[in-house]
Design a binder for this molecule. Structure first.
Ligand SMILES: C[S@@+](CC[C@H](N)C(=O)[O-])C[C@H]1O[C@@H](n2cnc3c(N)ncnc32)[C@H](O)[C@@H]1O
Ligand code: SF4
Length: 386
């Protein structure tokens, strides 16, 4: 039996903390506000149980990265984070160089916990800064000011070897010039990694209601394109080129956890609404857990896990996912892995046409999407997989 073509891309563990202090009006993540304190001990027991259950299905792995995402994981007590890391270490072995990231909101209260997270074993934080001007932070419903965010970045820099922060651009009324200046300032505080997301109006959010009512306007397509171009230009000039559509890093400082997803590795999804891709034998399972936090909790307590969807991916679905994830990366994919998943080569005609149109490039064993191809990525993938 040949080894599954997923193994060498690493094994990551994603842990979802589903609570936030308040709900941002643009956000459709699985995040909830509770007016009573969350029983962290009870959640911890359920996380540990789900970790043990997953490890029984895929034993003997070496964990190369761990990511606490949310929601707002920086609302967890450092002891809770430490105990979850212990549970992961008890279930699998953890690579001594594993990247352990925690998403944090940059308020002063949360920054006070950073040292505790470091002691617990976290070695990288990802801060949701979102904007470097106060009126926009207010419009985004954020609970921090620019000064507070930059103070949190400073604390993070003094405690963690590695940190990143997120910004949202293409905000209402934002001009390419103003964004370029804001980005320059952001980069002067970023050492190695930035995630830069174009604002999307997500279904079911407060922003969608405002948008539908004509009370919120976002930059038109042309301005959106200009904002994207400014992003690439500034980041490249300042030594943080894009390695994925929305992620920029100094070469070598890429988020290893996200690379597990994009290089189509194996990962366990722990906690409410977490997704996983588990390799058992030669099959790849797509798993998803119950989203609602307390329902998930009760389910784990009752059944030992919160998985409510589980599907063995067909080789065709694996090939499609592999392309969908891998072509988001500047480095692209090795087409031989597509063949190993699906048993067939990429569509010859599609390859020729896309290459002639300048949407893809082929360099030795790498196939990647060009600058021109990124805005039409889905169409490129459809053509290749046809
Ligand atoms: C789970 S949140 C990050 C952690 C933390 N809860 C925070 O907000 O600071 C992940 C990131 O997705 C981005 N994001 C969320 N909703 C978005 C939207 N509608 N459009 C663009 N980016 C969005 C934000 O930059 C956010 O930091
Ligand atoms: S953006 Fe972050 S803080 Fe705001 S609701 Fe979403 S997950 Fe919570």
């Amino acid at each position: 039996m040949i080894d599954h073509p997923t193994r060498d891309a690493g094994f990551g563990v994603y842990v979802h903390w589903p609570f936030c202090a308040s709900k941002c009006p643009y956000c459709d993540f699985n995040s909830h506000v509770r007016h009573q304190p969350v029983d962290q001990e009870r959640f911890l027991a359920a996380f540990s149980q789900e970790i043990a259950h997953t490890a029984a299905r895929i034993p003997g792995r070496t964990v190369t990265s761990i990511f606490f995402g949310g929601g707002t994981p920086s609302l967890m007590k450092p002891d809770t984070v430490g105990a979850i890391l212990d549970a992961i270490g008890g279930a699998w072995s953890i690579d001594p160089n594993a990247e352990v990231t925690l998403e944090a909101n940059p308020t002063s209260v949360e920054a006070e916990r950073f040292r505790g997270y470091r002691h617990a074993g976290v070695n990288r934080v990802s801060l949701g800064v979102q904007a470097l001007n106060d009126p926009d932070l207010r419009r985004l419903g954020r609970m921090h000011s620019v000064d507070e965010a930059l103070a949190a970045v400073k604390v993070a820099a003094s405690i963690f070897e590695r940190y990143s922060f997120d910004l949202i651009y293409a905000r209402p009324d934002q001009t390419p010039q103003a964004w370029g200046e804001e980005l320059e300032r952001a980069i002067s505080h970023a050492v190695e990694h930035l995630s830069l997301y174009q604002l999307t109006i997500e279904p079911g959010t407060w922003f969608e209601r405002l948008y539908q009512a004509g009370k919120l306007t976002v930059p038109d397509e042309e301005t959106g394109r200009a904002l994207y171009d400014v992003t690439q230009e500034v980041c490249e000039r300042r030594g943080l080129p894009a390695y994925e559509i929305s992620n920029h890093a100094r070469p070598g400082a890429e988020s290893r956890h996200n690379l597990v997803y994009w290089r189509y590795g194996e990962y366990a999804g722990i906690g409410p609404g977490a997704h996983g891709r588990l390799v058992t034998g030669n099959a790849r399972l797509a798993t998803a857990t119950e989203k609602h936090p307390e329902t998930w909790l009760e389910r784990v307590e009752r059944e030992g896990h919160g998985v409510i969807e589980e599907e063995v991916l067909t080789s065709e679905a694996e090939g499609d996912e592999f392309l969908l994830m891998g072509l988001r990366l500047k480095e692209g994919v090795d087409p031989r892995r597509y063949e190993a998943f699906t048993g067939k080569p990429l569509n010859e005609r599609g390859l020729r046409i896309l290459r002639e149109e300048g949407l893809i490039r082929i360099d030795g064993t790498r196939l990647s999407v060009t600058e021109k191809g990124f805005p039409v990525l889905n169409a490129v993938i459809a053509e290749l997989a046809a």
